[in-house]
Design a protein around this ligand. Structure first.
Ligand SMILES: *Cc1c(COP(=O)(O)O)cnc(C)c1O
Length: 466
């Protein structure tokens, strides 16, 4: 990395100019970014990334929640190189297959909960959720219940950015662009106690939020409801960890009304919560389980939908042709990257290591809850959040101009050499699963310095009392 850096004479300013001239960034106000200049990342190694000015940053977000094994593992590059030398591309349409797709499907069936024995490959989490919509609706057609078409999701859920994924997601800002959601998607409240729990205690609120699903099913007519989709813990929505009462109640409701349960494990899959899948942590039995991100640790783009025996048998025995698929479904090089990533996760015990480090990370993270800016610190596995508030301990008094303080804090964090993400006015982390105790200490120290810097600035600006 340092070699690549020292061999590259192009300055950061020149790179930023060329970026601004031609590159429209995702989830970005590109005009504002171009005025400021983007951060140029040139290298990655373990839990660290390096920018074009030579700064090393602790990657508290695993890229975008995906780099389970850390950056820069040579073995993945070698596995992809080998695969591309043998067969760089072939499709899996028209009665063909290849060994990487066979091997990966078999391996996923072994790793996933025991009733999930088939996979439909995609190129991303968004494509996985588009696939979910078509599979869910086709399943009920095949079952002779074509009126069962509506999928219920939750406000502030994130399920991707394609038309289907963004429709399933409950992000109002996304719906506001492009006329979303598509018809046949309904929304219920999220189990976000800190933000929306009102006077209820967390457990009572968890039951209330879950029962909103039953009310929505009754309101639409149970004969019309096809599925409920949810992340075990909402990621992009701000690491929303549901109260313990929530999931048991949801499971009962899905069973009672005979609707499919779709558990979006794009973030929680592959060890993020200290077990292979979040479904194991929360005792869920998904009928469909979208995966991506940690499947390849982000080294190459690949996703999929894990399909339960119940749904797979229906498609295979009664389905005929499923008119759906992507040019890159089961791309051999991406499968090779995923296979090598899974080998590393298994052979190096990375999921167990995540479970081992989680209590220490929790101890250090939760200790930040004593900071005057932090209204709540929460964490499960390797996903954590800090809610920034102006008047602790009130949950209802929030900063004016939502998101501004979060963004300020995020910028301080980068200056302090730590990648945290801001969601509204909360700060979130999801570090690589291979993070060490020393790196956890670094993360906690830099996060506290960042909170101090933010508080100091708010006080100097007169927005918080000295
Ligand atoms: C990131 C994400 C997606 C979308 O995945 P992409 O690969 O970005 O399309 C879907 N669901 C969840 C829960 C995610 O976090």
């Amino acid at each position: 990395m340092s070699e690549a850096f020292s061999n590259d004479p192009e300055t950061t300013a020149a790179l930023q100019r060329r970026d601004a001239a031609h590159h429209i960034h995702p989830f970005t106000d590109t005009g504002a970014l171009n005025a400021e200049g983007s951060r140029v990342i040139v290298g990655g190694d373990g839990c660290w990334i390096t920018d074009s000015d030579g700064n090393r940053l602790l990657d508290g977000m695993s890229g975008l929640w995906c780099v389970q094994i850390g950056h820069g593992r040579r073995e993945i590059a070698d596995a992809v190189h080998r695969q591309m030398s043998d067969l760089s591309y072939y499709n899996t349409f028209f009665k063909t297959t290849h060994k990487p797709a066979i091997d990966l499907a078999e391996k996923l069936a072994r790793i996933a909960p025991s009733h999930l024995n088939h996979v439909f490959f995609t190129g991303s989490g968004s494509e996985s959720n588009d696939t979910v919509i078509r599979m869910v609706r086709t399943y009920w057609d095949l079952k002779g219940k074509p009126e069962k078409k509506t999928i219920i999701s939750r406000w502030n859920a994130y399920h991707g950015s394609t038309i289907g994924g963004a429709s399933l997601g409950g992000m109002r800002a996304m719906h506001g662009q492009g006329g979303l959601p598509i018809p046949g998607i309904a929304f219920v409240p999220q189990p976000y106690w800190f933000g929306e729990g009102g006077e209820l205690d967390p457990d009572a609120f968890g039951v209330w939020a879950a029962r909103e699903l039953a009310h929505a099913i009754e309101a639409h007519g149970p004969e019309k409801i096809a599925a409920f989709i949810a992340e075990p813990i909402q990621g992009a929505g701000g690491v929303i960890i549901p109260p313990e009462t929530y999931w048991p109640e949801i499971k009962q409701i899905c069973d009672r009304y005979d609707i499919l349960l779709v558990v979006d494990e794009v973030i929680t899959g592959f060890g993020r919560l200290g077990k292979w899948f979040g479904s194991e942590v929360f005792g869920l039995k998904p009928d469909l389980m979208p995966i991506a991100k940690g499947l390849s640790s982000g080294y190459l783009p690949i996703g999929g939908v894990m399909v339960s025996d119940r749904v797979a048998d229906t498609f295979i025995e009664e389905g005929g042709e499923f008119f759906h698929g992507f040019t890159y479904s089961g791309h051999p090089a991406c499968c090779a990257a995923a296979l090598e990533n899974l080998r590393i996760l298994e052979e190096e015990g990375v999921v167990e290591r995540a479970a081992d480090i989680a209590p220490y990370l929790a101890e250090r993270w939760l200790a930040l809850g004593d900071h005057p800016l932090v209204g709540e610190a929460r964490i499960k596995g390797l996903m954590g959040a800090l809610e920034l508030v102006p008047a602790k301990p009130s949950r209802s008094i929030r900063f004016d101009n939502e998101g501004e303080v979060g963004t300020m804090c995020r910028d301080f964090s980068l200056r302090n050499g730590l990648v945290m993400r801001a969601v509204r006015d909360s700060m979130i982390i999801a570090p690589p699963l291979v993070i060490t105790r020393e790196e956890v200490d670094e993360l906690a120290t830099r996060a506290r310095k960042t909170l101090d810097d933010t508080l100091d600035k708010l006080q100097r600006d007169g927005r918080m009392a000295q």
